[in-house]
Design a binder for this molecule. Structure first.
Ligand code: ZN
Length: 167
């Protein structure tokens, strides 16, 4: 599904659909179980009336089956991503924005050089990959209650630690 990124945003077009998680080949690299749940996605282009800036809003949600890093059992996780990417016309404009960011004047908005042949699904897939947890774990592993040896509830999960760092 290929679009001209600038024209797409300028016209405020929207593309949406649904496909099996397993059809996102890069997403499924390193994931073991068959990924047959549906992932619904939506990409919308828009232009700021005032500044004329062009944006892509990317959303996707669905479930993937991961391997729990504690019990090594399958772990079905709901994945929900939402991101907005700013479009720039060329690499020079992107470099200028990066330079602003280095000096602390820029924001943490993500920019992309507008591609005349932008693969919408690849964009969605990028966001899904970024949404995957680094070390997925059940909150409570199946069977853990019956086997206290394997419970390590006292240990904070890496996600909780990350949440703390973000604050
Ligand atoms: Zn587990």
């Amino acid at each position: 599904m290929v679009v001209d990124a600038l024209a797409f945003s300028y016209a405020g077009r929207v593309l949406e659909g649904s496909r099996k998680a397993g059809e996102f080949a890069r997403l499924c690299q390193g994931l073991s179980a068959p990924q047959d749940a549906d992932i619904s996605w939506r990409v919308a282009g828009r232009q700021d009336a005032g500044t004329g800036r062009l944006w892509l809003d990317i959303q996707a949600q669905g479930t993937v089956t991961l391997t729990c890093q504690r019990c090594l059992g399958p772990f079905v996780m709901s994945l929900q991503v939402s991101n907005t990417i700013g479009l720039v016309k060329d690499q020079a404009q992107l470099d200028a924005l990066d330079a602003l960011e280095v000096t602390g004047e820029g924001s943490d908005i993500e920019y992309l050089v507008a591609d005349r042949q932008l693969d919408i699904l690849a964009l969605v897939e990028d966001e899904l990959i970024l949404g995957l947890p680094y070390a997925p774990r059940h909150d409570v592993c199946p069977g853990a209650a019956a086997d206290p040896e394997h419970q390590d509830v006292a240990k904070p999960s890496p996600f909780a630690v990350l949440e703390q760092l973000r604050k």
